[in-house]
Structure formats: C-alpha cells, structure tokens
Design a protein around this ligand. Structure first.
Ligand code: COA
Length: 276
C-alpha cells in the first residue's frame, strides 16, 4: 500500500462502516511501510490488509475484500501473504482481533482463540466515583522510556515505534500509575475533535482498581467527548463501571493467535483492533 491507495482504502472500509480516514492509512504505512497490502485482481484494487511488527510479535488487521469478490479465496490470500511477510521479519507470534462472524475463517487459517474483548462506545456522562482510587499522574514526555518498559513487560515485545508517536502528539492524553518509583500501569488516549480512542491500558492482573483510577483521571480531561475502547470481556467490574458512566456495548471480538505467546501479560485494553 502506498499513498495513492489511501483513497481506495477509505472507500472500501466505508462499505463496512469502519469510519477510517486517509490519515489512518498514512499512520499505518509510516509504522510498517512494507507491511500494508492492497490486493489486485488483474489491475483492479479489490481488497486490503495491514500488519505491524514489534520484535517477535506481529499484529494483523484491517482485512477487507470488496463485496462482489468475496468467497473465492481473496481474503485467505491476503492473510497468507501477511503471514509470509511477518515470518520474513522473524516474527514468531501473530495476533489479531476477529469479528465473531470471522472466527471460523481465521481458525481455518491456523489461528487459535485466546480471549474475548467487548467494544464500548459513548459519551462520558458522569465520573466513575471510585471509593478507593490510587494516585495517577499525567505522563510527561520523559516518561516514554519507562512507559515502553512497562508495556513491553505486559505485551511481550517493545511497542516503542507505536507508543512514541502517540505519546508525543500533544493532543493525546496519557496517565501513569507509579509504585516504588516504577511505572506499574498506564493508559493512553488518542484525541481528535470531540472523539477519543482509549488504549492501550496496561495494568497488573487483579488490579482493576488501578485500571479504573487511570480511566477516572483520563476521563476528567474528556468530559463531553465520544470515547471508544475495547476491554477484556472477563473484566466485568471494569465493564460495569464503564456502562454506569454512559458507555454502551457495541460488539464483541475474539483475540486470536498464530503461535500464541507463552505467557500473556496484563493488557486490559488494546491500542486498537488493528495494531494490538
Ligand atoms: C472476512 C473477509 C475478509 C473474507 O474475505 P473472502 O475473500 O471472502 O475470504 P475467502 O474467500 O478466502 O474465505 C471466505 C470463505 O469462502 C470460502 N471459499 C474460498 N474460496 C471459495 C470458493 N472458490 N468457492 C466457495 N467458497 C470459497 C472459504 O472456505 C471461506 O469459508 P470460511 O469463512 O467458512 O472459512 C470478507 O468477508 C470481508 O471483507 N468481510 C467484511 C470485513 C470484515 O469483516 N473483515 C474481517 C475483520 S476481522
């Protein structure tokens, strides 16, 4: 995929209601210049998919085929092509978030179910009002190294190339929770106009109080904003708190892996469905 394909990419993803803009594909191709693909039939563009590589872990997303070209192997071709690309980059684990009606498609291609995530969206109408909140601080640029360290511990690979541009964009908001001088948890949000995409949120397991405190601090900056995020479905306390403040469940996705990582750390919310 190159800049001349962005227009096609937006038009095609509009047919699925993904609300993507050209800048999304510019961001994606800047992160992984050789790993975003457009599928051609003769010389007609009929589909696309994107990948991103983080050391040994790769992520796959944005797979879509023009409606009239489906069910004839085009989608599988793009998945195989992406697997081969990531394998050349020495990636051993490849992850993705699958819509529920595509789980069997990915299973057939070798991906294994890992866990469910619920996508929530809506306007924040009131604060979370935690009984026992922990103290969270707005992140500074100097925190980048320690945020990446905390993230890598949970994600299993360094996501610095993704986290750095998000953190350094002054429109975005990030909070951290520190304990014993170390960043133990953090949340990032990408903000534009009156919309904020929340994620990643990384926090030690069993500490949904920390996750909620981070969100409460963040949401104070986002009153009246439409926000969107995905949470591990098993985090019921977190989901119930988000429903109470005005968010609504949109749909569910399944996290799936080709060669799952040995131990999965404490990722409560992905950065985005397409980048893990
Ligand atoms: C999901 C999607 C990308 C699949 O693309 P596709 O080109 O239809 O994929 P394929 O043709 O390779 O496979 C689709 C099915 O058709 C079947 N198929 C492939 N070739 C076929 C053929 N010649 N004749 C009949 N069936 C065929 C496959 O076995 C597969 O079945 P399965 O889903 O039960 O595994 C496409 O449906 C799409 O764009 N959906 C909307 C966007 C979306 O949901 N993206 C996924 C995000 S997670």
């Amino acid at each position: 995929m190159s800049a001349e394909d962005f227009d096609f990419a937006v038009q095609l993803t509009d047919t699925a209601g993904w609300q993507m803009i050209e800048e999304d594909f510019e961001f994606m191709t800047n992160l992984e210049p050789e790993g975003c693909f457009v599928l051609l039939k003769n010389s007609e563009k009929i589909g696309l998919a994107t990948t991103i590589s983080f050391d040994k872990i790769g992520w796959f997303g944005n797979l879509i085929i023009g409606e009239k070209y489906r069910k004839s192997g085009a989608g599988s071709t793009l998945v195989h092509h992406s697997i081969a690309y990531l394998a050349r980059k020495q990636i051993t684990t490849m992850g993705l978030y699958a819509y529920m009606d595509t789980v069997s498609f990915y299973k057939r291609l070798g991906f294994v179910f890992n866990s469910y995530f619920t996508v929530l969206q809506g306007k924040i109408k009131r604060s979370i009002r935690l009984k026992k909140a922990v103290d969270c601080k707005k992140a500074e640029k100097d925190d980048l190294y320690r945020i990446c360290e905390c993230d890598a511990h949970c994600f299993g690979a360094s996501r610095k190339k993704l986290l750095k541009p998000i953190l350094l964009d002054e429109a975005n908001v990030c909070y951290t929770f520190k304990d014993k001088g170390k960043i133990q948890a953090y949340v990032l949000s990408k903000v534009w106009n009156n919309f904020a995409e929340i994620g990643p949120l990384v926090s030690p397991w069993g500490r949904s109080d920390v996750a909620l405190s981070l969100l409460e601090s963040l949401f104070k900056n986002l009153e009246g904003f439409e926000v969107s995020l995905a949470v591990q479905k098993k985090e019921t306390a977190l989901i119930n708190a988000l429903l109470k403040i005005g968010l609504e469940k949109q749909f569910c996705v399944a996290r799936m892996f080709l060669n799952p990582p040995a131990a999965l750390g404490c990722v409560y919310m992905p950065e985005s469905l397409e980048r893990g």
